[in-house]
Design a protein around this ligand. Structure first.
Ligand code: F6P
Length: 322
């Protein structure tokens, strides 16, 4: 049903490159439809403190290529409580914000569902570098994080080669090994440790030693943080291979930086589609990308969609390194 007058927009949870492109697209689309747009600073925490800013095109000019989020973000413990949700709903009603655009991961989108139940129209976009949102082929920020990891791995490879070492490269991903898998596959890493697959350290060490017999002297092992810290593995690798082993945690550099063209495009389409969904009354939805197509699907359905592991990529990587 067209005619919503005031759209709020917020980013929540871990920031991800491309969030600004999504904000820009949503603001521009909403203004085009004649809506007032309110930026909500610092996610749900800022909503509870009425930390609002009226948005206009000047505020989003030139931000498509900026990392981070101009609205900033937070993880609020109070918001998902009954009292927090009621307070947030009351504030949104008081300010006449009847539609909300939420950019964040599954925790942030679960919060959005609760607001919808209390009468606020909500449309979400999956924004997280982890790519752990099963309903969408890609999340905003993942491609940039992989690209940043590739850049770092190339540098680590130089020194690893020079010293004939093994280097364990730890990347983000608590429950999802996609950053490790995609960055590992596209950097030609030798082995991978991820939560989706059982780890056989003996097999991995044999692979590395076979590679070294072929004169492959820079051994890179990708490790998703969900399987622990590289520090947990260094001694074991040294003992099992006899090769000096070092580790590197790529840490927060993965979350920053200018988004790749892929993330800018993904975020811009999603931002536009989110406002289109509000305009058409197709709310309580999240915008997802599947096989290049953008769809608005019910948030609850999206949250229940199991994340599909890219087993083909994993098997191919193993085949090429064995
Ligand atoms: O953005 C996702 C993520 O990067 C996870 O992979 C990571 O464990 C977590 O967020 C850490 O975020 P923070 O320290 O900001 O809570």
């Amino acid at each position: 049903m067209p005619g919503k007058k005031k759209v709020g927009i917020l980013t929540s949870g871990g920031d991800a490159p491309g969030m600004n492109a999504a904000i820009r697209a949503s603001v521009r689309a909403a203004l085009h439809y004649g809506y007032d747009v309110v930026g909500i600073n610092r996610g749900y925490a800022g909503l509870l403190e009425k930390d609002f800013i009226p948005m206009n095109t000047n505020l989003v000019r030139g931000i498509i290529g900026l990392g981070g989020t101009i609205l900033r973000t937070s993880r609020s413990e109070f918001f998902p409580t009954e009292a927090g949700l009621q307070k947030a709903t009351d504030i949104l009603n008081d300010f006449g914000i009847d539609s909300l655009v939420v950019i964040g991961g599954d925790g942030s989108l679960s919060g959005a569902v609760e607001l919808e139940k209390r009468g606020i129209s909500v449309v979400g976009m999956p924004g997280t570098i982890d790519n752990d949102f099963g309903a969408s082929d890609y999340t905003i920020g993942f491609d940039t994080a992989v690209s940043t990891a590739l850049d770092a791995i190339a540098k680590i490879r130089d020194t690893t080669f020079s010293h004939n070492r093994i280097n364990i490269v730890q990347v983000m991903g608590r429950t999802c090994g996609d950053i490790a898998l995609y960055a590992g596959f596209s950097s030609g890493a030798d082995a991978i440790i991820i939560p989706e697959m059982e780890t056989n350290l003996k097999e991995i060490c044999e692979t590395l030693l076979r590679g070294r017999d072929r004169n492959e002297l820079a051994s890179i092992v990708m490790l998703a943080e969900g399987c622990g810290s590289y520090r947990d593995y260094v001694d074991q690798f040294e003992e099992m291979t006899g090769v000096v082993t070092k580790g590197t945690n790529l840490g927060y550099i993965q979350r920053g930086g200018s988004p790749t063209h892929f993330d800018r495009n993904l975020a811009s389409y999603m931002g536009y589609k989110a406002v289109e969904a509000i305009h058409e009354g197709n709310t309580n939805t999240v915008i997802v990308q599947r096989k290049g197509e953008y769809l608005a699907i019910p948030i609850e359905e999206a949250l229940q969609t199991e994340k599909k592991f890219n087993i083909d990529m994993y098997k191919t990587m193993k085949f090429l390194t064995r």
